[in-house]
Design a binder for this molecule. Structure first.
Ligand code: AMP
Length: 596
């Protein structure tokens, strides 16, 4: 079930056609391919402890694919990460029995943890890197149909490895992106897509994101005329890189002029690797300086095409929790297209953006039927039921990929080659349509409720919409929302929501008070509206934090082992340390007058 080209490709043109026609055929037969995928996963892992627990001694080898699918879903229960954690922990501690997979697991990935509050271990195998390579090559083939790039060109990639470490049992652990950047597949991807990253491995894996960012920018500019596109895993990293460029461009120009590295780059490995690449380019440095003087006057509008004249597009995950950064990204990108990247998780890749020309707001992800076995739990929103406490959706029985319905929302369930069986991913998606036999998904949000005081139920998406409404007023007054998060304060009676904003620009008190009121009035969840009317939830509080607060939050996460490549600002927090940072940095507080 691998693309035929894997061994024989003679040039990108025919290779692109090969991989696209392979994808067409697996999507055409998605239902069959899914059953085959499940069959392969179960065959490879037949007899492992976890499956034996549910299957007993049933001989699955003799079953046909349809019967196996229904037996599997009737015997093996849905599981959360917490259910699998004891098994994964034994593996981490060095138990080499076939617990989840027949092939020994030697590497564990750490999911970013910024969505769930705490990092989780997930098994990582060669299959994980291979599927990453496959989806990247497929995505590159689709992109090149719309935005062709020059063979042998460069990519300015804001990518970062976190530190790898050993578990008690001696397994290598780190983020999935860290394992991928260190893998053979990362090198193969560059050769096969004929595009090469500007930075050497030492910069990607320095372990100090500030030094890496500086060097990514320096090398990106050193090779500026060769750069064909700019990318990162999540859009946040591009925003943070250019925010840092606004601060350090003079030093970068100086280093390009002199072929030196400023004193903020202290790590010997990274210094040597970068100094080995660069040479003195005084005229390029003067040219960049002149452009930057100019850009400063227009608040860095169109920075990307001005500094990288051959860039064709900006490519990154821009959906879900990255959507709030789109405005800033558009500001930096000027008229360049923004191409929204694919949908995946540490646990498995899920779907591919087949239409790179679509604006990020309209992007859908076509499920990759060979990567994992997917099930979908239908979710129905509770409109009027105010008695159900923290239950967010009503669930129906999970259905296979071939039975999903357009317009319906689902939670994704994964069975992976890495030993996760009927694992609830916790993401909510909506089926937008089909590409041949494969569903196209809209990413909606993480399932977990983030804001709830009593009968109210608000997800990350609900908060995002409310913040978008509230911050529209800011733009009218020439200010800009840099980042935000929230907290449900239950310590004080009645409980209430606190939304923290970091903003750029001066805004009158009156306007901020109005933003606060607007947000409070914009939560449409029935439980919230009723509770606000009866004052069983108090008025929403808007806290303005000083500039640089969200950078401190990033540093706090990085200090705890998160990787910038997978960082997502938590949109709601109860983490005491984070709340302390937010509260110490609060400079103004407003209480909503809505519902008075
Ligand atoms: P991680 O914890 O780093 O494995 O992050 C995986 C999570 O990031 C997924 O479960 C999604 O919630 C989110 N995510 C990944 N790709 C996308 C995407 N293209 N659009 C929206 N959210 C995404």
């Amino acid at each position: 079930m691998e693309p035929a080209h894997a061994v024989t490709s003679n040039g990108n043109g025919s290779y692109d056609c090969d991989i696209i026609s392979w994808f067409d055929s697996v999507s055409e037969n998605a239902a069959i391919v899914q059953r085959e995928t499940l069959g392969r996963i179960l065959e490879l892992n037949y007899g492992v402890e976890y499956l034996k627990k549910w299957f007993g001694d049933v001989k699955i080898q003799e079953m046909d694919a349809c019967a196996l699918e229904s037996l599997y879903t009737s015997l093996v229960p849905l599981a959360s990460h917490a259910d699998l954690e004891p098994f994964i922990q034994r593996i981490a501690d060095g138990d080499t029995d076939p617990i989840l997979t027949q092939q020994p697991i030697t590497t564990l990935s750490l999911s970013s943890g910024t969505t769930e509050g705490r990092p989780k271990f997930v098994p990582f195998t060669r299959h994980s890197s291979q599927t990453t390579l496959q989806i990247f090559r497929l995505a590159a083939a689709y992109r090149s149909r719309v935005y062709p790039i020059r063979d042998g060109g460069r990519i300015l990639e804001f990518i970062y490895s976190s530190k790898q470490f050993k578990t008690k049992g001696g397994l290598t652990a780190g983020t999935a992106t860290t394992h991928y950047y260190a893998s053979e597949e990362f090198k193969i991807k560059q050769e096969k897509t004929k595009s090469f990253t500007c930075s050497p491995q030492e910069v990607i894996s320095s372990g100090d994101y500030k030094q890496s960012t500086y060097c990514h920018l320096l090398l990106g500019l050193f090779f500026s005329d060769q750069v064909e596109f700019i990318t990162s895993t999540f859009a946040y990293s591009i925003i943070q890189a250019f925010a840092s460029f606004e601060e350090h461009w003079k030093e970068i120009c100086n280093d390009i002029r002199e072929a030196t590295l400023c004193s903020r780059i202290t790590l010997p490995r990274i210094r040597k690797a970068v100094l080995d690449i660069i040479s003195s380019k005084p005229s390029l440095a003067s040219q960049i300086e002149a452009i930057c003087e100019d850009l400063q006057a227009s608040d860095w509008y169109s920075l990307i095409p001005r500094l990288w004249p051959n860039v064709k597009y900006v490519y990154s995950i821009m959906t879900g929790s990255m959507q709030p950064y789109l405005k800033k990204l558009r500001h930096y990108a000027g008229s360049l297209p923004l191409v929204s990247a694919d949908y995946g998780s540490t646990e498995s890749w899920i779907g591919l953006n087949l239409d790179p020309s679509l604006p990020p707001e309209d992007v859908t992800f076509t499920v990759m039927p060979t990567f994992s076995y997917f099930e979908f739990i239908p979710l129905y929103r509770q409109k009027q039921d105010l008695t159900s406490g923290t239950v967010d959706f009503i669930e129906d029985e999970p259905v296979p990929l071939s039975q999903v319905k357009v317009g319906q929302e689902y939670e994704i369930v994964l069975t992976t080659f890495t030993g996760l069986y009927r694992y609830r991913l916790g993401d909510v998606v909506e089926v937008a349509g089909f590409y041949k036999g494969a569903p196209k998904l809209n990413f909606i949000c993480r399932r977990k409720l983030i804001l709830t005081v009593n009968i109210d139920k608000n997800t990350e998406k609900d908060l995002q919409l409310v913040v978008e409404r509230g911050s529209q007023l800011l733009s009218k007054f020439g200010a800009e929302l840099i980042d935000f998060t929230s907290h449900a304060d239950l310590m004080h009676q009645p409980g209430h929501y606190i939304i923290y904003w970091e903003i750029k620009g001066e805004v009158e008190e009156r306007v901020l008070g109005e933003c606060c009121r607007e947000m409070d009035a914009s939560f449409v969840d029935h439980g919230y509206v009723v509770s606000r009317r009866t004052n069983s939830i108090g008025p929403l509080e808007l806290c303005i934090v000083e500039r640089g607060t969200f950078k401190k939050i990033l540093d706090y996460f990085i200090g705890n082992g998160a990787a910038l490549s997978q960082f997502k600002t938590p949109r709601c927090t109860s983490d005491q340390m984070l709340l302390r940072i937010l509260n110490v940095c609060s400079i103004k507080r407003y209480r909503s007058t809505a519902y008075n």
